[in-house]
Design a protein around this ligand. Structure first.
Ligand code: AMP
Ligand code: GLY
Length: 426
C-alpha cells in the first residue's frame, strides 16, 4: 500500500524511517519532506495546508493512508476535508478531525474538557476582552509566577510566564489586543505548577489505546535549562522518574479519562495523543494536550518501538487496536538536536552540511534530518533545527555517548547543540 506522510521535520523523517521498514508498504511519499526523507521516500512539493493539492496527489498516486505529522493541518480540518469528499473519504487519515484537534488548537477547550472529566491540571480562568474584569479577581487567588496562554495555535510561542502581577495584567491586555493575532482573542490564565516535565504518548483508535514510550524534551536553548524556549533541543527515552507507580497514575487519572471523555463527547479520535505532563511531587498533571506526536520526542521514541508501525496505523484506522500490543525495546535512546547559530531567534539557512557520509557509516546512530534541503547535490541547512542525532544503547549514558560522538562528525557554520542532555536523569 502507498503512504503519504505530511510534514518536513525530524518527526516526519523518523516516521518515514520506521514506515519504510514495513512489509506492508509499497510506495512512500513525504510532503514536503527534507533532504533526509528523500533517501527513503519520494518528496512531493506540496505544503501541508494545501488540502486540495494533497487530495489530488492522493488520488493520482493511489494513496491508502495519509499520516499527518504537524498540528496545523489537523486543527484546520484536513481529516474533515477528506471525509467530506466522496473520492477522498476512502483514504485513511491518521490524526483527529477538527473537533478532536481542539485538544491542541484551543487551550480553553482542553481545560474545559479536563475539568469536565476530572483530569488533573492547573486551575485556570478563560478570559476575553468582554470578561477581562474577572481576571484581576482570579489573579488575586494565584501566587506568582503567572501563566498566560493564548487560546489558539501560536507556533509554540503563545505561553507567557511572568513573576510580576502588574506585568501579567499588562501582558494579558496586550495578548487580548492581538499580540498573537486571532490566537489570543481568548487567553487562559493558569496557576503555575512546579515540577519536572515529561511527554507521554498514546496511539488510539478512539476506543482503545496503546501506551507508547515516554520521553523527556529539553526545551531551553542553553545548557542547564537556561535561555529562551525552543521547539526542543533534544530528547531522551525512557524517563527514569516515570516508573511503574507514576505511569499507573498517568494511565488511570489522565489517559483513561481522556479516552473515555472523547467517547462521551462523540469525538471519533484516531491518531496520536501527546500528553505534556508535569510531575508535581509524584503526581502527574496535564500541562497541555497535543493532537500529534512531539518533535524531537518522536526521534527518541520511534527507534524503541519494535512493531511494524504501518500495521499499527492500520489497526488504528480499523479500530482494532485492542487486538494488538506494543513491543517496546527496553534500551534507551538519546536524540541530540543540532541547530543553526542564533536559533530560536534569527539564524541563517542555506549553510552546507559536511560529514553526513561519515556519520552515516556509524551503525550505532541514526541521523534524522529536521531542517535540511538538497541543492545541486549538496545538503544545506533549511531551518533553525537542522539534524536530530539519535542513538540506541543499553543505557542512557551509552546512548548519549554514541549520539554525541556521531554529532561530532557533522558540521556546518555556526552549528550549536546542547552537551548536557540527559544529565539530569543519570
Ligand atoms: P505549552 O505550550 O502549554 O506546552 O507551554 C509551554 C511551556 O510553559 C510548558 O512546557 C511549561 O514549561 C510551561 N508551562 C505551561 N503551563 C504551565 C503551568 N501551568 N505551570 C508551569 N509551567 C507551565
Ligand atoms: N516537543 C514539543 C512539541 O512537539 O510540541
Amino acid at each position: 500500500m502507498n503512504v503519504l506522510i505530511l510534514g518536513s521535520g525530524g518527526r516526519e523523517h523518523a516516521l518515514a524511517w520506521k514506515i519504510s521498514q514495513s512489509k506492508l508498504l509499497d510506495k512512500l511519499f513525504v510532503a514536503p519532506g527534507n533532504a533526509g526523507t528523500r533517501l527513503l521516500a519520494r518528496n512531493v512539493d506540496i505544503r501541508v495546508n494545501d488540502f486540495a493539492a494533497i487530495g489530488n496527489f492522493c488520488l493520482e498516486n493511489k494513496i491508502f493512508m495519509l499520516v499527518v505529522g504537524p498540528e496545523e493541518p489537523l486543527v484546520k480540518g484536513i481529516k474533515d476535508y477528506f471525509s467530506a469528499d466522496r473520492l477522498l473519504s476512502g483514504i485513511s487519515v491518521i490524526g483527529p478531525d477538527r473537533v478532536g484537534a481542539l485538544l491542541e488548537g484551543s487551550k480553553a477547550f482542553a481545560k474545559q474538557f479536563m475539568k469536565k472529566y476530572g483530569i488533573p491540571t492547573a486551575r485556570y480562568l478563560p478570559v476575553t476582552k468582554s470578561t477581562i474584569s474577572e481576571a484581576r479577581g482570579f489573579l488575586e487567588t494565584l501566587s506568582p509566577p503567572y501563566v498566560l496562554k493564548a487560546d489558539g495555535l501560536a507556533a509554540g510561542k503563545g505561553v507567557v510566564i511572568l513573576d510580576d502581577r502588574d506585568e501579567a495584567e499588562k501582558e494579558l491586555k496586550s495578548m487580548l489586543d492581538g499580540k498573537f493575532g486571532d490566537a489570543s482573542t481568548k487567553v487562559v490564565i493558569e496557576e503555575f505548577l512546579s515540577g519536572i516535565e515529561l511527554s507521554v504518548f498514546v496511539m488510539t483508535d478512539g476506543k482503545n489505546y496503546l501506551l507508547m514510550p515516554e520521553a523527556k524534551d529539553y526545551k531551553r536553548i542553553g545548557e542547564n535549562d537556561t535561555g529562551p524556549n525552543t521547539g526542543g533541543m533534544g530528547s531522551v527515552s525512557p524517563v527514569a522518574f516515570a516508573g511503574k507507580k507514576f505511569m499507573n497514575k498517568v494511565e488511570t487519572s489522565i489517559i483513561q479519562p481522556t479516552i473515555e471523555g472523547l467517547q462521551s463527547e462523540n469525538i471519533d479520535y484516531r491518531g496520536f495523543i501527546f500528553f505534556g505532563l508535569i510531575n508535581v511531587n509524584g503526581n502527574p498533571f496535564v500541562i497541555e494536550y497535543n493532537a500529534r506526536l512531539g518533535d524531537p520526542e518522536t526521534e527518541a521514541i520511534i527507534p524503541r518501538i519494535k512493531n511494524d508501525l504501518l500495521e499499527m496505523l492500520i489497526a488504528i484506522e480499523k479500530q482494532e487496536l485492542k487486538n494488538h500490543t506494543i513491543d517496546i525495546d527496553p534500551r534507551a535512546v538519546a536524540s541530540v538536536m543540532m541547530v543553526s547559530g542564533g536559533y530560536p531567534g534569527n539564524y541563517r539557512t542555506g549553510l552546507e552540511i559536511s560529514g553526513l557520509d561519515k556519520a552515516a557509516e556509524r551503525r550505532d546512530a541514526i541521523i534524522f534530518h529536521a531542517g535540511t534541503k538538497i541543492k545541486e547535490g549538496k545538503v544545506l541547512t533549511n531551518g533553525g533545527r537542522v539534524l536530530a542525532v539519535s542513538a540506541l544503547a543499553d543505557t542512557l549514558e551509552a546512548a548519549l555517548e554514541q549520539s554525541y560522538e556521531t554529532a561530532g562528525l557533522v558540521s556546518f557554520d555556526e552549528m550549536y547543540y546542547r552537551r548536557d542532555l540527559g544529565r539530569d536523569l543519570l
